[in-house]
Write a protein that binds this ligand. Structure first.
Ligand SMILES: [Zn+2]
Length: 234
């Protein structure tokens, strides 16, 4: 197991170092620009400085959604007496890495549940905030970032994909149900192939309806899942 010694630690959560590769800061900068731009639409009539500042706070909120999910996995792990090595941030999704993969199925599931529970609770809190905060204000925009971010992650983790929580939970539920690990991996891979085919059919249907942005998005998600199944992305 690599120690990731050369990657700077930006904070320690639950006794686990949270480390950020350089690519992470590029994404932070990009998210800041995007959230500054979206702010001009969600919260009209303000100064450029106000958009940049609230975009910056919005970026922090986005990190609380994304990095918070990864950190919450360490809570699930600790409750299951399973150690966590590092939370690794990079240009793509955060990874919660464990020093020991020889765990009981229930421990694998507990580790994988920490993040989703955080995202689902976060989404619930977000819905409450959206009910009480008036629209077209900075607070409302920040609450929208929080709620949308948690909703997106809270949904995405249902995908039965090996790198994603849903894939890990399904695999180990299959093992509890009597499959051996190899069989469980193969079943998850078949689910992924079905998912890819469904996404491509969806892309075809949306393209025929002239919804090109949706079609391209679905094809990109299908390619992403394909790359994870082929272990190009790991
Ligand atoms: Zn997760």
């Amino acid at each position: 197991m690599k120690t990731y010694e050369n990657i700077p630690t930006i904070l320690t959560f639950n006794g686990v170092p949270v480390k950020a590769r350089r690519g992470f800061w590029l994404v932070v900068a990009l998210v800041w620009v995007i959230l500054t731009a979206i702010g001009t639409w969600r919260w009209p009539g303000q100064s450029v400085l106000a958009y940049v500042l609230v975009g910056g706070v919005g970026t922090l909120v986005g990190m609380m959604v994304d990095v918070g999910h990864a950190c919450a996995h360490t809570i699930g792990a600790k409750m299951a007496h399973a150690p966590t090595a590092v939370v690794l941030l990079g240009a793509d999704m955060p990874r919660t890495l464990y020093p020991d993969e020889k765990m009981r199925p229930s421990q694998h599931i507990a580790r994988s549940l920490g993040g989703p529970i955080y995202s689902w609770i976060g989404f619930g809190i977000g819905l409450l905030l959206l009910r009480v905060i008036p629209p077209q204000t900075a607070w409302r925009y920040l609450a929208e970032i929080w709620t949308f971010g948690n909703a997106f992650i809270g949904l995405a983790i249902f995908a039965p994909v090996p790198l994603v929580d849903g894939g890990v939970i399904i695999k180990w539920l299959l093992v509890i149900g009597g499959q051996d690990e190899g069989q469980a991996d193969r079943i998850v891979h078949w689910m992924d192939i079905v998912l890819i085919v469904m996404l491509l059919i969806g892309a075809g249907v949306t393209a025929l309806s002239d919804l090109w942005v949706a079609a391209v998005g679905l094809v990109l998600v299908a390619i992403l899942i394909g790359l994870i199944v082929l272990e190009v992305i790991r």
